[in-house]
Write a protein that binds this ligand. Structure first.
Ligand code: SF4
Length: 321
């Protein structure tokens, strides 16, 4: 299985809304046929606007939401249909870091208990939990003196460090970081990103890094998957996708990133038009109502995600016969 930690095949996550005696339920198609893999030690950046489905992909892999269909394998094991025993062994190997460290840490628990909680859930008994928690705190730039405090005694950045320590506690095969910096002050965001990058290099972490900010993805990812309206529209090495984007939506995301250097200042743009309705997405290419290059075929025929070379894929009629 050539070093693949995660393999996702044709994943769909639909959420049911409404429905009753006289009406059928509607389905929000948050993820609508997504496939990718992540190799050991690799960081895959998943980027797209709010509502593109990227968080639902992360939650499906983490087991927080049940996929509607598709396959998710971790280390070659189908993790959607695990027995209770297998789930107990394998689930702790997939850890998630959430966006908001103010809500992701239980305010009634002391830091020492928060950090080792995943180990206890995994049934680990024969270790000194206090020593383990202290080691993990040190790894994220805090210290033993913080062990007995409660989350409200920490700043946002420190809380996210605690959340990262908790995620590392089980020596995870995969970390899913869902917008881990976007709820923090700008001055703290770079510190947390640097910490994640250092830890990734030191521990050879495999990571799915989810962000709406392609600048953050540029900093931390090796490969990039661009999501729009529940689908991946471009996938490839960071240099290819970000330096030479092919898909018009990737181009739009990059144009919307402000350039801080005054001599290189580019007009900051917002992608024109509204993100599509996930209950009733546009026919054909879902980006066509907002795409400056749309062709007639784009309104009726959905473009397939096809290989442009052996590492890069794009779903756009501009590149298809
Ligand atoms: Fe634009 Fe058509 Fe490509 Fe969609 S398929 S991104 S509408 S050119």
């Amino acid at each position: 299985m050539e070093n693949k930690v995660v393999e996702v095949e044709d994943l769909k996550v639909y959420y049911e809304r409404g429905g009753g005696l006289l009406s059928k339920p509607m389905y929000i198609k948050a993820v609508d046929g997504v496939s990718f893999s992540i190799s050991r030690g690799e960081v895959l950046g998943l980027v797209g606007e709010s509502g593109s489905g990227k968080t639902s992909v992360g939650k499906a892999i983490a087991g927080i939401v049940r996929p509607t269909s598709g396959k998710i394998s971790v280390l070659g094991r189908d993790i959607i249909n695990l027995s209770r025993g297998e789930a107990r062994r394998l689930r702790p190997k997939i850890q998630m870091i959430f966006q908001n460290p103010f809500s992701s840490l239980d305010p009634r628990m002391r830091v020492r208990d928060i950090i080792v909680e995943p180990l206890k859930i995994a049934g680990i008994k024969d270790i000194d939990f206090r020593v383990k928690a202290a080691e993990l705190l040190e790894m994220v730039g805090l210290s033993e003196e913080h062990l007995d405090r409660f989350p409200h005694q920490f700043s946002g950045g420190q809380r996210q460090r605690i959340a990262i320590a908790r995620a590392l506690s089980t020596n995870p095969e995969l970390i899913i970081a869902d917008e881990p910096t976007s709820a923090l002050d700008v001055s703290i965001q770079a510190q947390i990103l640097n910490l994640l990058k250092e830890l990734r290099d030191k521990l050879d972490l495999t990571m799915l890094f989810i962000s709406h900010d392609i600048g953050v993805i540029r900093y931390i990812a090796d490969r990039v998957a661009v999501m729009y309206a529940g689908k991946i529209v471009e996938l490839g090495n960071k240099r290819d996708v970000i330096d030479e984007p092919l898909h018009p939506y990737t181009e739009s995301l990059l144009e919307a990133v402000p350039v801080p250097h005054p001599s290189k200042r580019r007009k900051e743009t917002i992608i024109p038009g509204e993100p599509p309705d996930p209950i009733n997405p546009p026919s054909g290419c879902r980006f066509h109502p907002r795409c400056p290059h749309a062709l007639d075929i784009c309104r009726t025929v959905e473009p397939k995600l096809i290989y442009m070379d052996n590492s890069r894929m794009v779903a756009c009629h501009l590149y298809q016969d």
